[in-house]
Design a protein around this ligand. Sequence first.
Ligand code: G1P
Length: 294
Amino acid sequence: MGRQIKKAVFPVAGLGTRFLPATKAMPKEMLTVVDRPAIQIVVDEAREAGIEHFIFVTGRNKGVIEDHFDKQYELEETLRQRGKIKELTLLQADLPGAGQTSFTRQQEPLGLGHAVWCARDLVGGEPFALLLPDVLVHAERGCLAQMMDVYNAHGGNIIAVEEVPRERIHNYGIVGVGEELDSAFRITGMVEKPTADEAPSNLMILGRYILQPEIFDVLSSQDPGSGGEIQITDAMISLMESQDFFGCRFEGRSYDCGDKIGFLTANVAFALGREDIGPNFLSALQDILKDQTS
Ligand code: G1P
């Protein structure tokens, strides 16, 4: 059911002011979780879900992201000469194929909805995935791959959701929950960054979406909403009048790397999950915690 999703949009234009001075000369999306840039982890998630074209909406000072997804001949040659075949293989495996990436710029910070709209010509008239790189998901099977199952069963538009504690509700878009289906539920409404009392549930919009291309028509005349910015949530609310939206409670855990605690926690979770360093990292962590509590 529904047309196959081949393209994904990654809005990476944000300034990353919460991570200054780390982000003074480096995009926040290049901050590393263990040894992989955050954006690489999100691109990996998209590839696992079958995405074949990666569209980045960038801004000034984001050129390094484009370089990261390009072949580095000199580096590869040096690794080859030094016999570092493992590292070379790793680099080559991470690289998207020729013509599989596109970059466009959001020239002004007018909001997430506007950033997505900047990708309209690159996406064209087909359904697409939208992944916000601030959010990393640690899961056995990637979040977007799990959402594809829901899309293949129900079509329409799919939004990944996760329970959020009451005191953090005001940071997110929150969905209203309708009919429960096999692996998903029908979304009855959405509110961008409500107070805990206004929120229709405790399920937050995580930052992973599968959207139909009509969202671009809505976005082209979308007025600014919460925070004075053009919001993707507001455009989705309009699109709900004519299209189905389904919520996907995926298996796994998300880390909001938009703030320091989330970013540090992601590093801990991803490091502990790694076969090569997990066990040693755990004992190092236990030593620190012992010192803290003694
Ligand atoms: C955006 C979305 C919001 C969503 C959040 C997830 O907000 O507008 O609905 O819950 O991402 O991280 P932002 O974090 O860009 O303010």
